[in-house]
Design a protein around this ligand. Structure first.
Ligand code: URP
Ligand code: ZN
Ligand code: ZN
Length: 463
């Protein structure tokens, strides 16, 4: 029986803030008590005076080793989960991919083969449905029973991940019946492909045109459409990587009508913009992802959505491709730039900076980055909070430390940082995963294979 005691810190959850001591026993939170009020004995004592004691981050949207555009996302489960831990994230939910013509089972087996025994932190899977048919619809039931309780469908990427409205409706009807949550990548991919072709024909090949053709109206239209399809199916829907203010408005309107509609945004949409996509010498390729970065004016709507709960979750959509050798596949044709950006290591810090900047409160920081993603994906209260019985996934966070984000010092397996040179206040000091130290005083002490696979329950978010 191993006991760890964390003393003197400010414990922050989505619900409370209190100066408390935290007792951990056998990998779980055993008890909390007013600081100094109990004389608990422990094998290890961590002094968290002057620091925050927060639940480990839950990143519900990552793509380790994801195939895209003829290459693979550059973080493996080993490198990506280690980097996540450095940034205070102790759970990821990654996307297993169904290949067209193949079963969900084959896709899931492939993802287990990539991840099992490799992860430094706990991990689960969503399933990307690329081929909705009678057989894959039937398989959804089995997957839900096994703890793959969410499925991503795309209105984008015709010929690759795209599903038509009928296929999306059928998957949503299945989700309504078996409790699986449908996640939607909402952009009108057919219309975007026309605009891509026209732009390239005009000689518009630079990365900034990626942002111009993937119009915010086409994100809003697809968001509206998946909401209506979900309404017809009687199913909830979770819209991933929302970037356009017009899409936030669609979500807000649906929620005002009482529909079970949820939205996620990502740090890149909150902190970066089309100015980055327009960086010269092809540097804009570093910021090519879909949905795309938007003009700076959209950020206010995203922050407002996070405050009003029209957006509930901030995930990273971590999908890194190196600038040299991967992003440059699209030199001379922006449509060939692999879509995706790195960020799994930066999310907790960037959102703490949002606290410092006054965009959100400390408790909202924990809610959108830990508690709600855990609830959304059927992991609460095992993950996402500090309460008796929860897994002891705990971060000791120094809110006064100053750091400069840089590829020189980050741990993600990618040759650039999207936030290069950005100064932020706050830094992870120590990370425990199920009571085991993974980061200790800013040293990695974890190991590949410590991370356990998480069979997830059904979504716990109803409204
Ligand atoms: O650009 C992105 N987002 N790449 C990852 C795949 C996806 O659509 O989430
Ligand atoms: Zn997507
Ligand atoms: Zn994604």
């Amino acid at each position: 029986m191993t006991r760890t005691l964390i003393t003197g810190g400010l414990v922050i959850t989505a619900a409370d803030e209190m100066h408390a001591d935290v007792l951990i026993q056998d990998g779980r939170i055993a008890a909390l008590a007013v600081a100094g009020s109990q004389q608990w004995s422990a094998d290890r004592v961590i002094d968290a005076s002057g620091k925050y004691v927060i639940p480990g981050g839950v990143d519900g949207h990552t793509h380790m080793e994801m195939p895209f555009g003829g290459t693979y996302a550059s973080d493996t489960f080993e490198t990506g989960t280690r980097a996540a831990a450095w940034g205070g994230t102790t759970t990821i939910v990654d996307f297993a991919v169904q290949t067209v013509g193949r079963s969900l089972r084959e896709g899931l087996d492939t993802w287990h083969a990539k991840a099992d025994g490799q992860c430094a932190i706990d991990y689960g899977f969503h399933m990307i449905l690329s081929d909705v048919n009678d057989s894959s619809l039937k398989e959804m039931d089995l997957l839900v029973e096994e703890g793959i309780s969410s499925f991503k469908l795309f209105t984008a990427y015709p010929g690759v991940f795209f599903s038509d409205d009928g296929q999306i409706l059928r998957a949503m009807q299945k989700g309504a019946a078996n409790g699986g949550l449908i996640m939607a990548h909402a952009e009108n991919g057919l219309a975007i492909d026309v605009l891509v072709e026209q732009a390239l024909a005009r000689g518009e090949t630079d990365p900034r045109y990626h942002g111009e053709v993937r119009k915010s109206l086409l994100e809003a239209e697809a968001t509206h459409r998946v909401i209506k399809l979900a309404q017809v199916a009687g199913a909830p829907v979770y819209v991933v990587h929302v970037s356009a203010q017009e899409a936030v408005a669609e979500l807000a309107r649906a929620r005002d009508e009482g529909l079970p509609v949820f939205g996620e945004t990502c740090p890149q949409y909150l902190f970066l913009s089309t100015d980055n996509l327009a960086e010269p010498d092809f540097e804009g390729a570093k910021y090519v992802c879909s949905t795309p970065l938007r003009p700076r004016e959209h950020q206010a709507a995203l922050w407002r959505g996070l405050r009003t709960n029209d957006l509930q979750v901030v995930s990273t959509d971590h999908c890194p491709f190196c600038f040299v050798g991967q992003k440059d596949l699209g030199r001379g044709d922006f449509s060939k730039i692999p879509n995706g950006m790195p960020g799994v290591e930066n999310r907790m810090d960037l959102l703490h900076q949002a606290v410092v900047d006054g965009h959100i409160s400390r408790r909202r920081w924990i809610e959108i980055a830990c508690a709600t993603p855990a609830r959304m994906f059927g992991l609460y209260p095992k993950k996402g909070t500090i309460a008796p019985g929860a897994d002891a996934d705990v971060v000791i966070y120094d809110p006064h430390a100053e750091q400069t984000i840089s590829a020189e010092t980050h741990h993600m397996n990618v040759d650039y940082s999207a936030y290069e040179g950005k100064r932020v206040t706050g830094q992870v000091d120590t990370v425990l995963s199920r009571g085991e130290p993974v980061i200790e005083g800013r040293r990695f002490v974890g190991r590949a294979g410590h991370g356990a696979y998480l069979a997830r329950g059904l979504t716990q978010c109803e409204s």
